[in-house]
Design a protein around this ligand. Sequence first.
Ligand code: IPM
Ligand code: MN
Length: 361
Amino acid sequence: MASYRVAVVPGDGVGPEISAEAVRVLDTAAAKFGFEVQSEWFDWGCDRYLSDGEMMPKDALDTLAGFDAIFLGCIGDANKVPDHVSLEMLLGIRVGFDQYVNLRPIRLYPGVPTPVRTATPETVDFVVIRENTEGEYSRQGGFFHPDAADGFALQTGVFTRKGCERVIRYAFELAEQRKSAGDTGRVTNCTKSNALNYSMVFWDRIYAEVAEAHPDIQRDMALVDALTMWFVKNPEWFDVVVASNLFGDIVTDLGAMLQGGMGFAAGGNIDPERRYPSMFEPIHGSAPKYTGQKRVNPIASVEAVRMMLDHLGETDAAAAVGRAVAGTLEAGEIRTKDIGGNNTTDEVGAEVARRIMEEQA
Ligand code: IPM
Ligand code: MN
């Protein structure tokens, strides 16, 4: 029997309650599809910072390295620790494990209300590939006489050939795969080379080089500002979008609204070479004010589990999770407050699990 070790880092705020639903669905899928999951929880986060002076232990990455995958709830609680300090934990894992692809599917499930009028299950079905280890998030720069009248701060982006090339190549390869499954076969380059005259000009040049090797995939480009407009105006145009770290971060919150809100958007921090465990997470924040109320939507976390199962090669189980999510949302009887329901986080998780279990082969 296949067996997987999954590290669960629930994090702050509502992290523990959504992680519980993620693990419930993971365990249910394992029972149904005949594999084993051993999950181990790590109470790393802001409370630990307050007691021990660090978000996670110094050897955290060594510990995590022994796992097959990581589920991350959500990190950060600005009332306890400044965000730029607490979030070093998330960014540290992404970079430390060279999870250079941040895979963010943008899909609207039938039955889910979205505030965006053009968004329908037919028009919203694309993937954003976000660079995840460098670019604008390289954390290079400094404060120079910050208290002086002429003080300033510098923040430098680092765009390496290797870093750009590998993530753009991943986007093209994904577009090839999607094309064989009936999608358009198009990679949109999210750029800003009209204003960022070094980093983004370099990025564009590498995009063109990689595109050259994939003549059957349509080339496409949009400046990031215009891209936000096109996401709303013509979501059906998009197939695969490749973006730098910061731009990918920004456009995927808009993508989440096309999907019905932050309660539906999941992401995978992937090391495609599988040297290290990949990490799956809902992309929403930790909503500290709702802690313990069991009111937030667990679907984003369940979607993260679906992506994890796909990554682990348990594709039948992943598809079953997808059907159970679709069934739950389409029936619309059991739903959380964000989409007009009255149910709790665990009631939605239990409903997804029930559907997985009860589905006839
Ligand atoms: C995300 C988040 C993080 C990011 C924050 C919490 C540092 O917004 O995963 O999208 O900017 O990458
Ligand atoms: Mn974000």
